[in-house]
Design a protein. Structure first.
Length: 104
């Protein structure tokens, strides 16, 4: 695969991200396992939280607030990209609660 990309693809980012869309479930399981062993919640969050977090790097290079087309079919039913962006924003600020505001 590396040789093919070197020969035919000058920009690896879109190819890499398209391939990563196939690993969303695996990334979600890894996030859950990490949280279970090292995280503040001990893996107690619903699995769909980890699944949604797995979309974090699957964005367009030219506009990192837009989801890659290759990842769109994997969005959970009833979940919008804005929902996931909101969750990722809360995660960045250390607030893993899906609702409410961060406590003082």
């Amino acid at each position: 695969m590396v040789r093919f990309l070197e020969k035919y693809d000058e920009d690896w980012n879109p190819t890499h991200n398209a391939a990563m869309a196939d690993f969303i479930l695996g990334m979600a399981v890894s996030l859950y396992n990490w949280d279970k062993k090292y995280g503040p919640t001990g893996g107690s969050l619903p699995f769909d939280y980890y699944y949604k977090m797995a979309f974090g790097g699957l964005v367009k290079k030219e506009n990192p607030t837009q989801l890659m087309d290759e990842a769109k079919p994997y969005l959970p039913s009833g979940t919008s990209w804005d929902d996931i962006l909101n969750l990722l924003d809360k995660e960045k600020s250390g607030n893993y609660e899906a609702k409410g505001k961060k406590c003082n």
